[in-house]
Design a protein around this ligand. Structure first.
Ligand SMILES: [Zn+2]
Length: 140
């Protein structure tokens, strides 16, 4: 079971310690993730792609997520940051066929400046949950 922390509690409890490098595509790993999530023709069975593929937009989404999103801690202790936008963030594809729009962004490895990256997700993937610290509903 994943545990959720609202933004304020995540900060207070020290679960949100973003490490954002000057360039988000400096490592080979990050570059591959960036290309995967900005180029809709890449070879993946399932993939999500940002609507605006520019590296500046990509960086803005990641900064926005870690500066206002909530924390989703999975049962392996991994901390993902999820931010739900008011606009479309990207599109999902399955076997290169368009499935639909996304309205949220997930950032993984947020505290590792060599691996941090993000990708658009559909907000319907998010379970209705409460912050385990204060009981506030997340993501809202
Ligand atoms: Zn809370």
């Amino acid at each position: 079971m994943s545990q959720y922390y609202c933004f304020e509690c995540a900060i207070y409890l020290g679960h949100l310690r973003p490490a954002i490098p000057a360039a988000l595509t400096d490592t080979q790993y990050q570059l591959e993730k960036y290309i995967k999530h900005t180029a809709p023709t890449s070879n993946y069975n399932f993939n999500s792609v940002f609507t605006s593929p520019g590296s500046e937009t990509y960086g803005n989404y990641i900064v926005t997520a870690v500066s206002s999103g909530h924390v989703q801690m999975d049962d392996r202790g991994r901390k993902n940051i999820v931010w739900v936008g008011s606009e479309q963030t990207g599109l999902t594809y399955k076997n290169r066929v368009l499935i639909g729009p996304t309205s949220a962004v997930k950032v993984v490895f947020h505290d590792n400046d060599q691996m941090i990256h993000g990708f658009p997700i559909d907000s319907s993937e998010l379970n209705a949950a409460k912050c385990v610290n204060c009981g506030r509903a997340v993501p809202y």
